[in-house]
Design a binder for this molecule. Structure first.
Ligand code: PLP
Length: 449
């Protein structure tokens, strides 16, 4: 690996002088300067290479610098870089067709955005206009983005400083057997009780006031909790009964991560609106969108849709989506995610969980796995308290540092580490990362009681 520490130092100095970072106390952060990336790896200026088990923010599903996607962006840049959303343009039409072909059911119209939060904003706007109702229900333990409505829908502490930026959001509990809000003892009970709780929430909020229920098909950042069999079908039925729009947020779970094109495919459920971003083009150029059912699209046949973005369906973003989707199909990348999850990652993580006292639960599928780290397997007390900061968060910070020393870039949130590599990861790379993870977990074990 090339090593160029003085350039790294200059990159960092300019960053610290002028870049204002997301979610951070600006005086307390120490961003690592990155020199390059390829496939499942990226590297710094000091000759350190990291196996990316985070896929950045769980978006590089196709890995870093996929040659076909890079070439498509270069080719499009030479042809036509930008065009207002009102025109018809070949790559936008083709991206919409490829996405609509893969989204479930009759979700055949695509509204393009620049990312996930804007997709959620527009899905909520569509639902409110379609129903003429104000409220939207979402779950605790969720993340939907950082714009006004999206952050209020979010069910984690990132919402707190922005609470009430958008009116009409009501939170309820989704199913999560390991930390069951319903004291359930098995998946069937959890499913039944979660649906009864949702029914009751709707009854007390007034069904005629509820425009939409939005769920992450499989909640991602909040902990990769695959819903029990029947839950999503149950929500679908409740929505139908009350005329409520069902929105599935597939920003993180979509485009191969779970081993299907969409997580909804595992459950045979079709929402009315589906939001996507991240994996649609692995974030090579910012892109997101909403896939819209025939019925909701028809609401805006004669009546203008009151929403838009200068860069909606940006040609560079759409060209990269076309190349990404085609490469994923040609190279069996979604199938690889499914196979590696089932044959390598899942079995290895379950075996790791048996040996490490800090691993309370392993859950997931495809390249979408969470390890719930605990102080004690019996009590399931989280390794760090909910929303821990500073000294309270030391066990997780030490664990993350140990991963990095071992050449592994982990995804860490609260008391969990997620194993979310690229869908293109090879068996050898997965094994290399799992070995580094195994070693780093001894640091977490030291904090168990
Ligand atoms: N929805 C989900 C499920 C997400 O995981 C995210 C981002 O992590 C978003 C929405 C927001 O997407 P973006 O950061 O592109 O606005």
């Amino acid at each position: 690996l090339p090593s160029d520490p003085s350039t790294g130092a200059a990159v960092k100095a300019a960053d610290r002088a002028h870049v204002f970072h997301s979610w951070s106390a600006q005086g307390l952060i120490d961003p690592l300067p990155i020199a390059g990336a390829e496939g499942s790896y990226f590297w710094d200026y000091d000759g350190n290479r990291y196996l990316d088990f985070s896929s950045q923010l769980v978006n590089t599903n196709i890995g870093h610098q996929h040659p076909k996607v890079v070439a498509a962006i270069q080719e499009q840049a030479g042809k036509l870089c930008t065009l207002a959303p009102g025109f018809a343009v070949d790559v936008r039409s083709e991206a919409a067709r490829l996405i609509a072909e893969r989204t479930p059911g009759d979700l055949d119209k695509i509204f393009f955005t620049n990312g996930g939060a804007e997709a959620v904003e527009n899905a909520v706007r569509m639902a409110r206009l379609h129903t003429g109702r104000p409220k939207v229900l979402s779950t605790y333990r969720s993340y939907h983005g950082a714009t006004a409505a999206a952050i209020n829908l979010t069910g984690d502490p990132r919402r707190w400083p922005s609470d009430n930026a958008s009116a009409g959001v009501v939170h309820f509990w989704g199913p999560f057997l390991y930390r069951s809000p319903f004291h359930a003892e098995n998946e069937a009970q959890e499913c039944e009780r979660a649906l009864a709780h949702l029914e009751q929430t709707i009854a007390f909020e007034g069904p005629q006031s509820i425009a939409a229920i939005i769920l992450e098909t499989i909640p991602g950042t909040a902990g990769i909790m695959t819903p029990p069999p029947g839950y999503l079908a149950g929500v679908r039925e409740i929505c139908d009964r009350h005329g409520i729009v069902f929105i599935l947020d597939e920003v993180m779970a979509g485009f191969g991560r779970t081993g299907h094109w969409f997580a909804a495919d595992h459950f045979g459920v079709t929402p009315d609106l589906l939001t996507f971003a991240k994996g649609v083009n692995s974030g090579y150029v910012p892109l997101g969108g909403v896939a819209i059912s025939a019925e909701i699209a028809a609401t805006f046949d004669q009546r203008p849709y009151p929403g838009g973005l200068t860069y909606s369906g940006h040609p560079l973003a759409c060209a990269s989506a076309v190349a990404t989707i085609n490469a994923m199909a040609e190279e069996r990348i979604v199938e690889n995610a499914a196979e590696i999850g089932e044959t390598v990652i899942g079995p290895a993580l379950r075996e790791i969980a048996e040996r490490h006292p800090s691993v309370g639960e392993v859950r997931g599928l495809g390249v979408f796995w969470a390890l719930d780290l605990v102080r004690n397997k019996e009590t399931r007390e989280p390794l760090v308290p909910y929303n821990a900061a500073g000294a309270d968060n030391a066990p997780m910070a030490e664990f993350a540092a140990a991963c990095k020393r071992g050449g592994l870039w982990p995804f860490v949130n609260m008391n969990r580490t997620h194993v979310v590599p690229a869908c293109t990861i090879t068996e050898a790379e997965a094994k290399e990362g799992l070995a580094a993870l195994d070693a780093a977990l001894t640091v977490a074990d030291a904090h168990t009681v």
